[in-house]
Each structure stands twice: as structure tokens, then as C-alpha cells.
Design a protein around this ligand. Sequence first.
Ligand SMILES: C[S@@+](CC[C@H](N)C(=O)[O-])C[C@H]1O[C@@H](n2cnc3c(N)ncnc32)[C@H](O)[C@@H]1O
Length: 216
Amino acid sequence: MEKESAIEKSKQYWEKIRNMEIEMFPEFVGGDIFGDKDYFYFAPSWHFKSGLITEQDIIDFKNDHSKKLLSIGSGPAFLEKVLVKLGVKKENITLSDIDFQVLPEDFKSKSINMREDWKTLGDEHYDLIILPESFLGVVKLENLFKVSADEFSQSKKDGLLHVLSQALLHLKPSGKIRINGHQLTEQEVLSVGEQLKSKGYKINIIFSNSLIEFQN
Ligand SMILES: C[S@@+](CC[C@H](N)C(=O)[O-])C[C@H]1O[C@@H](n2cnc3c(N)ncnc32)[C@H](O)[C@@H]1O
């Protein structure tokens, strides 16, 4: 009975997010994914469903205004605009993208190419670092059609190791990194986790329903 009411509660929360995004963004009226010439964009409700962002995160951010969120490859920031509507303070969110021009001007933002050093972050540290739908930006896609499956897999692992190494430099001691990792296999994720552990990082990795969560 208790389990049922928890499921019902999370369904209601998801419906609230879905209604909100339909009202805010015409792009998502017909469904929770839309594409333009370059990318597929995932609706905020999609990210809540995957667990990239949770209701508990919203509660935590609303209760503690010192908490900071960094989003990598934010694009038009559909998700982050919904977070603000839910009560997260805009000044506690930092957006970033390789293409600075796509980012909304009224948010704090940084230009970051995740394949390189994230030096524009200086010595800033975050409680939550998310990669909503941008992981493949770290892999050179033109390689996809030229390399073997093993080489492509290695390229994803190298990309993940690089992204995590950079993100860990900017993660608070009890912080979390969450990556929408549906392009990655569990084996790839675990292998990168082992590499980080062998470098001395004490991290906990959860890979579930294509969501990767790293805890310091
Ligand atoms: C599919 S859009 C995602 C937009 C948004 N986060 C979402 O969930 O809908 C991917 C974004 O990643 C950015 N991107 C691509 N390669 C990148 C890279 N190497 N470093 C940082 N951002 C990158 C693109 O400019 C684009 O805005």
C-alpha cells in the first residue's frame, strides 16, 4: 500500500512537470523529445523520469541556498528553466555549452567544450553536475562511421574518463555527478570507474536505467 502511494506520488509529480513544460515550451506539446537539424532535445519531464533530477533535489536546493548546480551542454536550458519555475534560485544554477550563443542570457553561464579543460570554471565547486543530453559531444562523431566497434567503445570510455576527471575537479566533497548515459554500456561505465579508483578517487558509481551517478 505504502509502495503504491509512493508510485502514485511520483506519477503526480511527473504529471506536474509535464503540464508545466507543455505550458512553457511549444516544442514539447506533441511529445517529450523533439529534434532540429543538429540535435534531439529531451523535455524536462524526461529528465525527471530518468532520475537525472529528482523531486528531492528540488527540495534540497530550495532548503539550502548555498547549493550550486552546473549543467554541461545546457543548450536552450529547458530543464533549468523548469527548475527555476519549481523554486530553485536562478543564481544557484550555472549553464554551459560549447556554443555560448544557444544559452539563455538571463542565466549565469560559462563557455565549456567538455572535450577540453573546463578552465572557465576557475576554482568553482558544485553540489550537482549534470550532463542532460550531451555526452556524445565528448566523442568525435565523425569517427562513428570510420572506426571499429572496439575503437568507438574506447573513444566513449576515454571521453567519459575525461569528463569525470574534469567534473571531479569542480565537485564539492559530498557532491554528485549525473550523466544521461544511454549511449554507454554498463561495462564501459564500470571500467572507467575502475580507472578512476586506481588513480585514488574514492567514488561510488551507480548505473541504472541508463543513468550514471557518481558520488564523491
Ligand atoms: C541535445 S542538446 C541538449 C540540450 C539540453 N541539455 C537538453 O537536455 O535538451 C546538446 C547540447 O550539447 C552541446 N554540446 C555539443 N558538444 C559539446 C561539447 N563538446 N562541449 C559542450 N557542449 C557541447 C550542444 O551545443 C547542444 O546545445
